[in-house]
Design a protein around this ligand. Structure first.
Ligand code: FAD
Length: 485
């Protein structure tokens, strides 16, 4: 029987990073993956395909140029599913190649098959060829991720009633689409299809979509969704979903409203993929949504069995899963590590995109922390003008007692990239001074930080004490040389 220092179940972001980290520490590591290709949900049905669809749609629809050339500007007047999905296929195969190469170079053994526990240190693997193998592991990482939640009452049929995996093989461009669920996945696809001129109706049981975000950003975002023609059915729940004789989808809400569309995307939740792992054999149990509970070091209640990524729940991002996977491997092999996940950025690739780090206004108010805001619209910065941006804003929240940056919220072009400046400042304990005193490349969207900071600085006059100016003479030769050239 083969024996490893670490066996990872699942080759998504968490599993890959853990296995590579273990090999870098000189350990024997293997990944068991039931899919024929490595990469997990992130590469095959989640992050990468949905972002590639978005990029293809923004290009083909000419969406980014509409600020200048008008809302009727189209790069192509007729867009087919193949136009969109061809780019996805190419991107995915490149991603799989890069990842397989990384695993191979680092000495990670990839075993094809579905793993389940025999006992706390033994896994049975039903290989893709149908044989049963057993392997031994001193440590195990469960990184099996999640799959779409598919309630039995929803008549999924793979063509007109789809979950978020199936939408990636849609073969006919719908004229209208119902999206059930105003979480990240529902919102991303709703706005992507709206950019394709599909009439979208979104049903969400809460009073707002993406309710964990800052409410000012969401007010603005919902306004923009409506402006794109999306109908928001908020505080509404679904009674039935049926298809009629013409294969149209009829969604009846508990309020009595009916929505008739060509296609429906059900995006209301995901469940951990733990049901086939035979967890009791390892002394483990999942919660009602198939998730595992771990401590701060990603250990389950069986100390040498770790879990990371979406299977442990919030925040369920590829970005955080990678870090969790690496940290779990560092902990299991007693390697020094720092958990800096407190300030992770949240990226929502809707149209327009949104990103946040740190606290929201509502959280600070609830906690009784006094703060002031600095806000700027992208149309107020030169780069925004150059790009023709009508939409987009950046907001920073600063503590009034020590001027520390507490939260950053960005909506609009480049939001998911811009957020990292705010993330760095928050993580390093930076204050308003950094933004006021530093020069930013001009013209850039990043300059929005500077303008928003000056806005906050003006508002914070009543809180400013007589602070001696922090003037640092410029003596950097390299900088001088640069400006002389
Ligand atoms: C539509 C969509 C869009 C998303 N967009 C983003 C985004 O923009 N940014 C972001 O950061 N995150 C995004 N996410 C979330 C991201 O995809 C997940 O957070 C990430 O994939 C979780 O990684 P993971 O390592 O937990 O495992 P996963 O990527 O879920 O992979 C788990 C792997 O385990 C394998 N497996 C399961 N059971 C077994 C078994 N018994 N034996 C062997 N193998 C098994 C599965 O086949 C799978 O390959 C998105 C998700 C979805 C669905």
């Amino acid at each position: 029987m083969k024996e490893f220092d670490l066996v990872v179940i699942g080759s998504g972001p968490a599993g890959q990073r853990a296995a590579i980290q273990a090999c870098k520490l000189g350990k024997r590591a293997a990944i068991v993956e039931k899919n024929t290709r490595v990469g997990g949900v992130s590469v095959h049905t989640g992050t990468i395909p949905s972002k590639t669809v978005r990029e293809a749609v923004l290009y083909l629809s000419g969406w980014r140029q509409r600020g200048f050339y008008g809302m009727n500007h189209r790069e192509r007047t007729k867009i087919t599913p193949d136009d969109v999905l061809e780019r996805v296929k190419l991107t995915l195969s490149h991603q799989v190649e890069v990842m397989s190469d990384q695993l191979c170079r680092n000495g990670v053994e990839v075993i094809g098959g579905a793993a389940s526990f025999v006992d706390k240190n033994t896994l049975a693997i039903k290989t893709n060829g149908g044989e049963l193998e057993h392997i031994k592991a001193h440590n195990i990482l469960v990184a099996v991720g999640t799959r779409p939640y598919r309630p039995s009452e929803v008549p999924f049929n793979g063509s007109t009633v789809l979950d978020s995996d199936e939408i990636l093989s849609f073969n006919k461009m719908p004229r209208s689409l119902t999206v059930i669920g105003g979480g990240v996945i529902g919102i991303e696809y709703a706005t992507i299809f709206a950019a394709l001129d599909v009439k979208v109706t979104l049903v969400e049981e809460r009073a707002r979509v993406l309710s964990f975000l800052d409410s000012e950003i969401i007010d603005e975002f919902q306004h923009q969704m409506r402006d794109q023609g999306v109908v928001l059915r908020l505080e509404e729940t679904v009674k039935t979903i049926e298809t009629d004789a013409d294969n149209r989808v009829i969604t009846t809400l508990n309020s009595g409203k009916k929505i008739q569309t060509d296609m429906l995307l059900f995006a209301a939740g995901r469940a951990g993929s733990t049901d086939s792992l035979n967890l009791p054999a390892a002394g483990l149990a999942a919660d009602s949504r198939g998730r595992l509970t771990v401590n701060e070091f990603f250990q389950t209640q069986v100390p040498h069995i770790y879990a990371a990524g979406d299977v442990i729940g919030f925040p369920s991002l590829a970005a955080t899963s990678m870090v969790q996977g690496r940290l779990s491997a560092c902990h299991m092999f007693n390697h020094e590590f720092r958990n800096k996940l407190e300030y992770f950025p949240y990226g929502i690739y809707s149209v327009p995109e949104i990103s946040m780090v740190g606290a929201t206004e509502q959280e600070l108010t609830q906690q009784g922390i006094a703060y002031e805001t600095g806000v700027v619209r992208f149309r107020e910065v030169a780069r925004g003008q150059i790009l023709g941006l009508q939409q987009g804003m950046l907001k920073m929240l600063f503590a009034v007692d020590d001027f520390r940056l507490l939260g950053v919220h960005v909506m609009g072009e480049g939001a998911t990239e811009l957020i990292h400046i705010g993330q760095a400042v928050i993580t390093l304990g930076g204050t308003l001074d950094y933004f006021v005193d530093s020069a930013f490349n001009y013209p850039t969207l990043a300059e929005a930080y500077k303008v928003a900071a000056l806005n906050a600085w003006n508002k914070m006059k009543p809180y400013r004490k007589a602070i001696p100016p922090n003037v640092v003479p410029i003596s950097n030769d390299a900088l001088k040389e640069y400006s002389d050239s």
